[in-house]
Design a binder for this molecule. Structure first.
Ligand SMILES: [Mg+2]
Length: 274
């Protein structure tokens, strides 16, 4: 245990030292994180995601809850449109932590180019409980949509990747990927033209509703608190400490140097007991 900790510390130091001389990169927007200023936390986050039994338990817990919520919401639904559920893909049902680890080992940052190379490999893994949940969802007859910020050019490889993992086959027309903006509001509205969305699953609050997109006020805590009854009933959240919209409230300014970003990261930690 001690030896592993030392290795982690040394590795963190090496990565951060290299970052001192690196040019500033695009910082945080969804998966567009992994900048040098945050490499140290990035290592621990990726380790937790890949190595902790708590991570697996958290996913099982969330999918178990999702089954209950889906069953309840279907039984209570009386609308005229057919019911549907909307799932995010990355870090919701697909594990891309290998890509994140590759960025760390190569002292690299996220880019569309390397991300596309990763998705072309069709190597993302199924997250714990995801396949079973999708099989259950299909058995209920509910319509299933994958609303993802993967690009349109990645639909074919993603479809193939998901098929290899043993997920039930969802029609490729229900893969609603990103063409322009990262916001999913418009794409959820497209689904709502013909369906009633009764459950949403994602690792990013932006996967659920537009109200969560603004993190400038109180890191978005108020929006969460004001909708607390929806979590576990209509919204199922999965843990992702590696990247996400939550970073935006910390970094704010994309023009900061890596060193300045690191300072802001540290300032994001609340060490004062109020
Ligand atoms: Mg995601």
């Amino acid at each position: 245990m001690h030896r592993i900790f030392v290795i982690i510390i040394v590795f963190s130091f090496i990565v951060f030292s290299n970052c001192q001389n690196a040019d500033n990169e695009a910082v945080s927007n969804g998966i567009e994180s992994g900048n040098c200023g945050s490499s140290d936390y990035f290592i621990y986050a990726t380790l937790w995601y890949q190595s902790s039994a708590e991570m697996r338990a958290s996913y099982y817990q969330a999918f178990n809850l999702a089954k209950i919520a889906l069953k309840n919401n279907l039984s209570e639904y009386e609308g005229k449109k057919p019911p549907a559920i909307v799932l995010d893909l990355d870090e919701t049902i697909l594990d891309n932590s290998y890509y994140q680890a590759d960025l760390i080992f190569n002292e690299d940052t996220y880019s569309l180019e390397t991300w596309k190379q990763w998705t072309d490999l069709e190597c993302a893994q199924a997250l714990p409980g995801a396949v079973d949940f999708l099989k259950y969802a299909v058995s209920t007859g509910v319509e299933i949509f994958y609303v993802s910020n993967r690009r349109l050019s990645e639909i074919e490889s993603t479809f193939s990747n998901i098929r290899k993992l043993g997920f039930p086959e969802i029609p490729i027309e229900n893969y609603i990927f990103r063409a322009d903006e990262s916001s999913k509001i418009i794409r959820r509205d497209i689904v709502r033209e013909n369906y009633e969305i009764i459950l949403l699953l994602g690792d990013n609050l932006n996967d659920f509703a537009g109200i969560f997109e603004d993190r400038t006020v109180n890191n978005g805590f108020d929006a969460v608190d004001n909708n607390k009854e929806l979590f576990g009933t209509k919204y199922i959240v999965f843990p992702n400490p590696m990247y996400g919209e939550w970073e935006g409230a910390i970094y704010e300014n994309k023009e900061l140097t890596p060193q300045q970003n690191r300072l802001k990261t540290l300032k994001g930690i609340n060490y004062i007991c109020k």
